[in-house]
Design a protein around this ligand. Sequence first.
Ligand SMILES: [Zn+2]
Length: 53
Amino acid sequence: MPVMASDDFSIHADGCDQFDDGMPISSLPDEVTSIEDLDCECWSGFDSLDEIE
Ligand SMILES: [Zn+2]
């Protein structure tokens, strides 16, 4: 499940250590349309948004 960081609202994979605190979100924001929209390197292990649940 993705996690939204509470400080800058960036989206991270569960288990990412690049944010201090965050809130699990059940679905990605509408503005995220491809894996490239997710900037953190924690997404590098994912090939497409379809793999994110
Ligand atoms: Zn991350």
